[in-house]
Ligand binder design. Structure first.
Ligand code: ADE
Length: 230
């Protein structure tokens, strides 16, 4: 069993990469993949870069070149829910691409043509394990739809659109692309995101500090998850 772990930014992956034992590094399509043992489990860890295309390149490479059985996407997100405050944890039940829109052709907003679905389900068992790991380190964890798009959400209008269109609890820029790649390849995936900001442009002055703290929170949960996994 090999687990792929993807984060977009160095703050989301560096602490994990540093802990990989017997590490072997290989760069493919400009992305460094670090393979080895992390807390006793076979992993490959990569920082994919920001946005859906980099995330898709990374997930597909993990599957066809590194043979991962599951992918976990870790990192930070903006909150779309009153239940999720800064540094709380969102775990995806499903993912959606909020900027996928062929509605002028009569489709529902978010529909992925070809596979004809809007929301892609995450692995229930892996997501449950992640939620349990989060709760065991005292984090507040909420499960729900996580929405991704190639936009940093920083205004109320777009925030409310995403929230109301998809009943989403958090927004970020990679998870649904990873979910899409996993879906077409028949690979399980899960998304864990610690909340770094309110996605509305209000009171975001501490963003750089919150990103660091939120990313550390996600990393701590991955550690707990892998240590406990059989
Ligand atoms: N990642 C962290 N916060 C985000 C936001 N507000 N929008 C998109 N991605 C994010």
């Amino acid at each position: 069993m090999k687990i792929g772990i993807i984060g977009a930014m160095s703050v989301e992956t560096d602490a994990l990469k540093e802990q990989v034992k017997d590490a072997v590094s290989e760069t493919v399509s400009g992305i460094e993949f670090v393979s080895g043992k992390l807390y006793g489990k076979d992993v490959v860890v990569a920082q994919c870069g920001i946005g859906k295309v980099f995330a898709a390149i990374c997930a597909q490479t993990m599957i066809i070149r590194f043979g991962v059985d599951k992918i976990i996407n870790t990192g930070v997100a903006g909150t779309l829910s009153d239940k999720l405050g800064i540094l709380d944890i969102a775990v995806a039940t499903e993912v959606v691409q909020h900027d996928m829109d062929t509605s002028p052709l009569g489709d529902p907003v978010g529909l992925i043509s070809g596979i004809n679905i809007v929301k892609i389900p995450a692995s229930p068992s892996l997501s449950d394990e992640i939620a349990a790991a989060a709760e065991s380190i005292g984090a507040k964890c909420v499960k729900g739809v996580i929405a991704s798009g190639d936009q940093f959400i920083n205004n109320k209008k777009r925030k409310n659109f995403i929230k109301s269109s998809f009943d989403a609890i958090a927004c970020e820029m990679e998870g649904a692309a990873i979910g899409h790649v996993c879906y077409v390849n028949g690979v399980d995936f899960a998304i864990i995101r610690a909340i770094s900001d309110n996605a509305s442009g209000e009171a975001d002055i501490e963003y750089p500090e919150m990103v660091r703290k939120a990313a550390a929170q996600s990393t701590a949960i991955i550690k707990k998850l892998l240590e406990g996994k059989s």
